[in-house]
Design a protein around this ligand. Sequence first.
Ligand SMILES: [Zn+2]
Length: 312
Amino acid sequence: MRWILLGSYLLLTVGPVGAQLYSDGLLQAKQAKDSANLQFTVTELLSSASPEVRDKLRNVTVVSPARSPVDPDFPLGFFSNSAAQEIIIPVQSKKFFNDYLVLRAWFEKRGCDQTSVASYLAIVMTRRPESRSVGSPLDAFGVSESNAIQVQYVDSVSLGNLNSGMKFILAHELGHIYYGDGIADTLEDQIAREERADAFAMDILAAAHERPYGVVPLFSATRFNDPSMEHAPFGTHPLSHSRLDALAGRLRRVPEQFFSPQQDADKERERTFRLANEIDKIVVALRHEEFVRARDELVREYPPSTFKLACR
Ligand SMILES: [Zn+2]
């Protein structure tokens, strides 16, 4: 499994337990449906993979515990267990990703500045003290999911990003299982494994002619796991500049792999380049040497008390 730096995790979580983002009841109600849907997506992804890959991964199952078994409060944790041929997608992680995507689309549609959303992510992803009371993405900003998804744009954009992002995550985990990855001894080795799993995911998505646009919101949230940053060890799948560069590079090198031959090639190539540009923007933000300090200023400037007024 990939419970990296479990020791420091245990040390650092002695103390007050964070308030839950979602109730047990809400998460448990989603469990059966989540694992069935995700299992279906894995089958679908593998159906266009090579016979060798398909055969090696045919027994992979998706397990959806309510919360992460290793780190129950972490909002975006996805795992694999190569020995057990299991992908572990906590219901809470998928729900958090969904709610963040609804919030993003809601802000986009209404033309609101998303800086306060970045402040929210900085708080929950790095478990600042404010995370104990800030709540789920939609609660924090006082947005009702049922109201938000009545807006066609919000519904279709958030759902598209969720499906695309989950496909990338599942394909990445399939990569870890394909290579039999376990815990790496060093951060360098771990990042090398992440890049190999990403490349595997891109192969799987290319075979299915899927453009992985869900990686932009996914990595916008998980960029707070960058190993160069404080608290980063909480994250699984450490993000790095080189991971993002490799993804964007692949999209630019062979854009036609990520759409179907039946689609308008000029238009789709342009969209694929735009996606690569969006990934570059995350790299720029990460490379910013002031990122950690900027994050503290961000939260000071946009504290949780301002969230509900951010997009009225
Ligand atoms: Zn990984």
